[in-house]
Design a binder for this molecule. Structure first.
Ligand code: FMN
Length: 158
């Protein structure tokens, strides 16, 4: 069974709701999926998974610093994440408040690790985005994103 982890930071619960939804949808697609707060995630934990999905609230247009801290500390495993699949999602306070820039900043780090990321030609192109409390549209986006990532993971890591 392919192994996934959904890592998130959330102070007021919005990003956590998305993380819970993505982890549940990954499980529905047949993956084992762990759900972890970023503060209880060590860089070495990332080595254990085929798929790593990272979520953050938007802070000043980018990821929150605890997420950046994990990614910066993951340098000690540089090269060991290559070929794994990655994804990202974000929650902002405002429409056009930086969800896409935050998601792309996370994805850039994953690409620099040599990981594989998948876009979406229909929905949230770079990864699920919510404005405030995730509404039905945002939660559906989480479901669809998780299903796509799971299909890719099951194909590459059967
Ligand atoms: C330090 C800080 C910076 C923020 N910067 C932005 C921002 O640049 N753009 C935006 O739309 N919202 C911004 N917000 C609002 C959060 O992104 C938003 O409330 C988010 O949904 C919180 O997610 P959470 O409930 O998972 O903590 C900021 C909030 C904080 C505390």
């Amino acid at each position: 069974m392919s192994k996934a982890i959904v890592v998130y930071y959330s102070r007021t619960g919005n990003t956590k709701k998305m993380a819970v939804r993505i982890a549940a949808a990954l499980k529905e697609s047949g993956l084992s999926a762990d759900l972890k707060n970023v503060e209880e995630t060590a860089p070495a934990d990332l080595l254990l998974y085929d798929l790593i999905v990272i979520g953050s609230p938007v802070y000043y247009g980018t990821m929150a610093w605890p997420v950046k801290k994990l990614l910066d500390e993951s340098v000690k495993h540089h090269g060991k994440l290559k070929g794994k699949i990655g994804g990202a999602f974000a929650s902002s306070g405002n429409l056009a408040g930086g969800n896409e820039t935050a998601v792309l900043d996370i994805l850039k780090s994953l690409l620099i690790h040599g990981m594989i990321v998948q876009g979406d030609h229909q929905g949230d192109h770079y990864g699920p985005a919510a404005v405030g409390k995730p509404d039905d549209r945002a939660l559906r986006s989480c479901d669809q994103y998780a299903a796509k990532l799971a299909a890719l993971t099951n194909r590459l890591f059967p």
